[in-house]
Design a binder for this molecule. Structure first.
Ligand code: PGA
Length: 258
């Protein structure tokens, strides 16, 4: 039984006033919706304000990254405990922008997953191939090559709580979206790899799709058997778009079997 999760990744966008106005609209917009989970991941500086602003609603909050260390001389970094202290319950990890722009490798991402889980944060582990990798026929190998180190370092138990986001890099912020069939194929691959380790965890683990999910394509993506929600970038900054995606999820709130 998997409940759909719609998660917003604001990336490096927002201000105090924008965040409060957006949260006010989202809180009233999601009030009538049932059967789904909603998450917002603002920049660190807004996390506390956003957490307070949505506290009366079904909306949870999270970070976009954490450091793998607990505390100490790591200038510029933010720990899992700090995210929890600011009201967050989740953290995105291994986003392709972290991998590509900041050189995060699989080992470091797995260490962050471990840190998140051991400090009570739910990780959303991002995987996905570049355009060249897809065109070269390497999608499966790349995606599993990103997933396996997390399973190897943290154990399959990491995904009894942890969430996975399949985000084809070529679809992020580009307006290009994987077709429902292309996305379902990779989601099913991921679930089968989890099932090789533990069938129950595989059946329950939520696998989100991310990459230009918008109101006009959300429904057909969310209809796929192994797509359990969305990680939304651009469209999460617009209340009408984000709420339309949340409504598409709520319309499909009958839990998927598995
Ligand atoms: P996008 O971003 O929806 O703007 O493509 C998704 C993400 O990077 O999480």
């Amino acid at each position: 039984m998997r409940k759909l999760l719609i998660a917003g990744n604001w990336k490096m966008n927002g201000s105090q006033s924008m965040a409060l106005a957006l949260c006010r609209d989202l809180v009233s917009g999601v009030a009538p919706l049932t059967g789904i989970d909603v998450l917002i991941c603002p920049p660190f500086t807004l996390l506390h304000r956003v957490s307070e602003a949505v506290s009366s609603s079904i909306i949870a909050t999270g970070a976009q990254d954490i450091d793998e260390h607990e505390k100490g001389a790591f200038t510029g970094q933010v720990s899992a405990d700090m995210v929890r202290d600011a009201g967050g319950s989740h953290t995105i990890l291994g986003h392709s922008e972290r991998r590509v722009l900041y050189g995060e490798n699989d080992e470091r991402i797995a260490a962050k997953v471990h840190a998140a889980l051991s400090r009570g944060l739910i990780p959303i582990v991002c995987v996905g191939e570049s355009r060249e990798q897809r065109e070269g026929g390497h999608t499966d190998e790349v995606v599993l090559g990103q997933l396996d180190p997390v399973i190897g370092q943290c154990g399959i138990g990491a995904f009894s709580k942890g969430i996975i986001a399949y985000e084809p890099v070529w679809a992020i912020g580009t307006g290009l979206t994987a077709t429902p069939d292309q996305a379902q194929e990779v989601h099913s691959l991921i679930r089968r790899r989890l099932a090789d380790h533990d069938a129950d965890i595989a059946a329950r683990c939520r696998i989100l799709y991310g990459g230009s999910m918008k109101p006009d394509n959300a429904a057909e993506l969310l209809d796929q058997l192994d797509i359990d929600g969305g990680l939304i970038g651009g469209a999460s900054l617009n209340e009408d778009d984000f709420l339309a995606i949340c409504r598409a999820a709520a319309d499909r709130a009958v839990p998927k079997s598995g």
